[in-house]
Design a protein around this ligand. Structure first.
Ligand code: ATP
Ligand code: MG
Length: 299
């Protein structure tokens, strides 16, 4: 899985990390998850350090790729949740890929074997990537099954996502019909405004642009608590934390429902999803959300 877009600062890293933590949590979805930090800003690595109180990791993603296997870089954070750290040296990865590839095809497929070697150990692998479409991101996307296009809902950003899908992802599928196997799971609206009326208008507009079926029903609003997670690490210590876990529980359930639809029918026609954990627009915890145990991030 990759949550991405070319636009910076729309919450890709925050959303990726929360989704990975929520999916892996034993008292929630109990999935075996690997989170990999591919961005040289290493924001996910900072989040993980703060959240899990870890300082050292065996090997960074770039060193692992340079060594030809990701295996030795895997660090278990909890029983279900493994991690590969990022580092500023991530910029070397572009050179590594280019220097060791004879063709465009080699470059695009550079990571596929390394991901294949470990993927059967996991239910989900999440990559946190930089806001760009560079050689590294090309190779990550080619190794992925599903992409979530995180969309800041504003006019300028809307065009960005259309271009991202039409002019970046689609040509990859066209150029490598045999090898590219990713689907766009949907457009995830990041409604980074606090005006409720405007949020609803923006959501409607996103649906108009991308089509009802292609837009996640779960929306990520501007939440102070998510901003705090970025500063202090993720926590599940009080009712406001629980709301955020409810939000990402819904996002995970909707993602699984979308994946299941793609796997069964190759499409998401007439897709709907009803929130079960948290109603983001009304800021209300729903019945299943109330059952989320306030028991810390790591179990
Ligand atoms: N839904 C949200 N509500 C409020 N603050 C948020 C939300 N999502 C993220 N933030 C905050 O916004 C900042 C940018 O978020 P984040 O790093 O997740 O974005 P990004 O898209 O990964 O950025 P980049 O493109 O630089 O990788 C962080 O300070 C984060 O804590
Ligand atoms: Mg980021």
């Amino acid at each position: 899985m990759v949550l991405t877009n070319m636009k910076g600062g729309v919450g890709k890293t925050t959303d990726t990390d929360l989704l990975a933590i929520t999916a892996s949590k034993p008292s929630l979805f109990n999935q075996k998850v690997l989170l990999i930090d591919v961005d040289l800003q290493a924001n996910t690595t900072s989040n993980v350090k703060r959240t899990f109180n870890q300082r050292h990791f065996p090997q960074s993603f770039v060193k692992a790729v340079q060594s030809g296997t990701l295996k030795n870089a895997i660090f278990p954070l909890t029983k279900n949740f493994d991690f590969i750290a990022g580092s500023i040296a991530e910029h070397e990865l572009t050179d590594t890929i280019i220097d060791n590839s004879k063709s465009k095809r080699d470059r695009y497929l550079y990571l596929v074997k390394m991901v294949d070697e470990i993927k059967y150990d996991y239910d989900y692998i999440f990559f946190d990537v930089a806001p760009s479409t560079d050689t590294v991101v090309d190779a990550i996307i080619m190794a992925s099954d599903y992409i979530i296009a995180v969309q800041e809902v504003r006019k300028m950003a809307m065009e960005g996502t259309s271009n991202f899908i039409g002019k970046y992802l689609q040509p990859m599928l066209d150029n490598f019909p045999e090898e590219a196997h990713f689907q766009v799971a949907g457009v995830l609206p990041a409604l980074l405004t606090s005006h409720k009326k405007r949020q609803i208008e923006n959501y409607r507009e996103t649906v108009e642009v991308y089509g009802r079926d292609n837009v996640f029903h779960t929306i990520i609003k501007n939440h102070d608590r998510l901003e705090n997670f970025g500063e202090d690490g993720v926590s599940l210590e009080d009712y406001n934390d629980r709301k955020m876990f409810g939000l990402f529980a819904d996002l995970f359930c909707e993602l699984e429902a979308r994946i299941s639809s793609f796997e069964k029918t190759g499409d998401v026609e007439n897709f709907t999803y009803q929130s079960k954990y948290f109603d983001a627009l009304e800021n209300i915890t729903l019945p299943l959300g109330k059952e989320i145990e306030i028991n810390g991030v790591a179990e």
